[in-house]
Design a binder for this molecule. Structure first.
Ligand code: BG6
Length: 498
């Protein structure tokens, strides 16, 4: 999973005028060009339903780069990318235009010598995924050859529930083989999420501690201050469980909990992740109290009045959709028996922060008259965003005449790296785009992972429907409903809001 290959190909983005393309994909492509990571035999074709010339599209793309790229725009670099960026109008729901698209791609292929390789990136609304795949199939634009190759990238959400995910997967698998399917979970492209394996498997300092022998509990939190923005229609179908837990949160859990892979390649790593996900204990009626679901009320954020979830656009005024979820789960295997994994995610919370806290068990205490004070637990904290940081909290002697211990912190800050070039971490999408071009699916979810995760969420949704997991309400700017704190207090623990 190391080599940065810059294979020749055309990246065809369906949904080329959409928000994701402008906020994430185009800036990521510019950043790759900035680092000289794209082949000169690489081109991008943005496909959209609106009328637009290449020139108009390029101007819009330029503005997006200016606004969202992590590197300041440099006109020479931009021009290099720009001449390989094209716009093609197509009603992608209608088979008729596909022959024209195919012919257009052949012209681009000839011009840039892309060897007929194509990445089809589906950045449209999810309800269009199946029909686009079908149309690619009918028009023989996806034929599963090894050379040239055609790969498909599917954005989130992969279905709204287990049944729709299965149906979507069936459709894709009829057309593309698994090795050509790239299901995006952008969290896997985040630098510090990738670091989880680095920390775990390349350190004798941590490796021996990684089990129920020394770990007391693991907390995985992804908190946001924003509401659902203009995504009421989508969010009503997924809620926090489908939007965040099914994918990002369970993927982080899998990376933390999996056994060491036999090899550091896509299949071996994903095999282990699936095994970890299969060991996650399902929520049953008896363990329903280990799930807290919440919904934000109206209130104030940074002095600004914000609507409650039920007042958001395209949300039912009686909606029972959760915008917050906290849960306690356990893995049914010898390594993790007895160690709770607490997961928490929500909108309109006190801070935008994603982090993982690994809390160790207390050491065997020395009872001595010279020692006084309570012992704080050792923590290993992986801060994923906005800071990219890893710190260890441990105890040492407090300076002074008396013999007391106090907790101290040792920090590795990824963004404050000594070397300037390394200080500016790549955005998740940069890494993911390069990996697709490179044919490396390590950081993409395999179908069995998606299926296991949906099955886990499905059980909770059923219990919710039966009234076993009730909805609580919370004020914006807090850490969610009080029940979330009680979930840990019951176990004599608390959330680490670090
Ligand atoms: C997306 C969810 O997958 O992740 C959004 O659909 C959420 O609701 C987003 O806001 C969070 O991503 P990040 O990278 O900002 O943590």
């Amino acid at each position: 999973m190391n080599a940065v290959n810059v294979a020749p190909c055309i990246l065809v983005v369906f949904g080329g005028t959409g928000d994701l393309t402008h906020r994430k994909l185009i800036p990521a492509l510019y950043n790759l060009e900035h680092q000289n990571l794209l082949s000169s035999r690489f081109a991008v074709v943005a496909v959209g339903r609106r009328d637009k010339t290449d020139e108009e599209y390029r101007n819009e793309a330029y503005n997006s780069v200016k606004k969202y790229s992590r590197f300041e725009i440099n006109d020479d670099i931009w021009n290099n990318l720009c001449k390989r960026l094209f716009y093609k109008k197509l009603d992608f729901l209608n088979i008729e235009g596909y022959a024209g698209l195919n012919a257009f791609l052949s012209v681009i292929d000839n011009e840039f010598q892309t060897e007929g390789n194509r990445v089809y990136y589906l950045a449209t609304r999810p309800e269009n995924f199946e029909i686009i795949i079908e149309n690619l199939h009918i028009s023989k634009m996806a034929v599963n050859t090894q050379k040239p190759w055609q790969r498909i990238v599917i954005e989130k959400p992969f279905g709204n529930n287990l049944a729709s995910a299965r149906q979507l997967n069936k459709k894709i698998s009829e057309v593309f083989s698994e090795r050509n399917i790239y299901r995006i979970d952008h969290y896997l492209g985040k630098e510090m999420v990738q670091s989880i394996m680095g920390v775990r498997f390349f350190n004798t300092l941590f490796e021996p501690l990684w089990s129920n022998k020394y770990i007391d509990n693991i907390q995985i939190s992804s908190c946001e201050t924003i509401g659902i923005e203009n995504r009421g229609e989508y969010y009503e179908k997924t809620g926090a469980l489908g939007d965040m837990v099914q994918n990002h949160m369970l993927q982080m859990l899998a990376l933390l909990a999996m056994e060491p892979p036999e090899d550091f390649n896509a299949e071996a790593i994903r095999d282990e992740k699936v095994k970890a996900l299969s060991s996650v204990k399902e929520v049953t009626p008896c363990s329903a109290e280990s799930v807290v679901l919440g919904q934000y009320l109206e209130g104030e954020v940074e002095g600004r009045k914000v609507p409650g979830y039920r007042q958001e656009r395209k949300v039912s005024p009686e909606s029972e959709t959760e915008t917050f979820a906290a849960l306690k789960t356990e893995l049914d295997n010898p390594r993790w028996k007895g160690v709770p994994f607490y997961i928490r995610t929500g909108k309109r919370l006190a801070a935008k922060t994603t982090d993982i806290v690994i809390q160790l068990k207390p050491s065997a205490n020395i009872s001595s008259s010279v020692y006084s004070g309570t012992q704080e637990p050792n923590l290993l904290v992986i801060k994923i965003q906005p800071k990219e940081e890893l710190f260890i909290q441990f105890n040492t002697k407090k300076p002074g005449i008396q013999w007391k211990v106090c907790p101290v912190k040792m920090t590795y800050c990824q963004k404050c790296k000594v070397c300037e070039a390394e200080a500016n971490s790549p955005e998740a999408y940069e890494k993911l785009i390069i990996d697709v071009i490179n044919g490396d699916s390590t950081l993409f979810t395999r179908w069995d992972e998606v299926e296991k995760s949906w099955a886990f969420i499905e059980k909770i949704k059923v219990l919710k429907e039966k009234g076993k997991c009730r909805l609580s309400y919370y004020k914006p700017g807090t850490w969610g409903p009080e029940e979330s704190d009680r979930l840990l207090e019951r176990d004599g623990r608390h959330w680490w809001n670090l």
